[in-house]
Design a protein around this ligand. Structure first.
Ligand code: SF4
Length: 223
């Protein structure tokens, strides 16, 4: 289990499941106790006085369910409702973004640190497909996200790398940087775009995405 702390909250990642969740400090201690195979009673004793017993018990039950497949191998994992048809690998390929949304969970801004090259993405794509795509009955997808993935100057080559490896490609994007000349290629490659629209009015969308964002987006969605 890996845990990353920010402002008193923890992003807990269990790559072997795979599973992730966000909890406060008490939640993280409960997760630790579950992974150490402590019973609900023992966990309540460990955390005695730090939170209400009822809250500890409820958190224990929730997290226990999330962690239930830990020791049961791949077969059990892929039969769960969320992964029965498709397994999706999320690839965050840049932290750059053209917008500054207040809720942004990656604090997307300008370039930070190094980004992977196209050939590194190609190696990851091939490796991932070899290791992940083991069940012919399932679909295997890669969701390219960021930041804003179209901030990456080589984005079309990166998409091709994942397509060539055998993945269906979906993308989370605000769509504002997609070039007209790339639209036909995206359609040819069968890339599914998931575009953020925060409400039906200019006021609600621009409140989140910034002034002028709704007009630009609606011009793209309904040209
Ligand atoms: S568009 Fe997405 S990545 Fe960009 S700032 Fe908004 S939430 Fe963050």
């Amino acid at each position: 289990m890996r845990a990353y702390e920010r402002s008193g909250e923890f992003l807990v990642v269990l790559p072997e499941l795979p599973q992730w969740f966000i909890v406060d400090g008490i939640g993280k201690e409960v997760a630790d106790a579950i992974l150490q195979k402590k019973s609900i009673r023992e966990t309540c004793l460990i955390l005695n006085g730090k939170a209400k017993q009822a809250d500890i018990k409820a958190t224990y039950r929730d997290l226990k369910m999330l962690l239930a497949n830990r020791d049961n191998g791949n077969d059990r994992r892929i039969s769960s409702p969320l992964t029965s048809k498709a397994t999706v690998a999320m690839i965050s390929l840049t932290r750059r973004c053209n917008l500054r949304c207040p809720h942004c969970y990656v604090d997307a801004q300008g370039m930070r640190g190094k980004e992977l090259t196209v050939s590194e993405h190609r190696a990851i794509a091939d490796n991932l497909h070899k290791r992940l795509a083991t069940n012919p009955l399932l679909e295997y997808k890669v969701n390219l996200t960021g930041g804003e993935p179209f901030c990456h100057p080589m984005i079309m080559d990166i998409i091709s790398a994942y397509k060539d490896a055998g993945f269906e490609v979906t993308m989370s994007t605000n769509s504002l940087l997609i070039k007209k000349r790339d639209m036909a290629k995206l359609a040819d490659l069968g890339v599914a775009l998931s575009v953020s629209l925060d409400g039906a009015t200019e006021g609600s969308h621009d409140f989140i995405r910034g002034k002028g964002a709704f007009k630009k987006l609606s011009g793209r969605l309904c040209p």
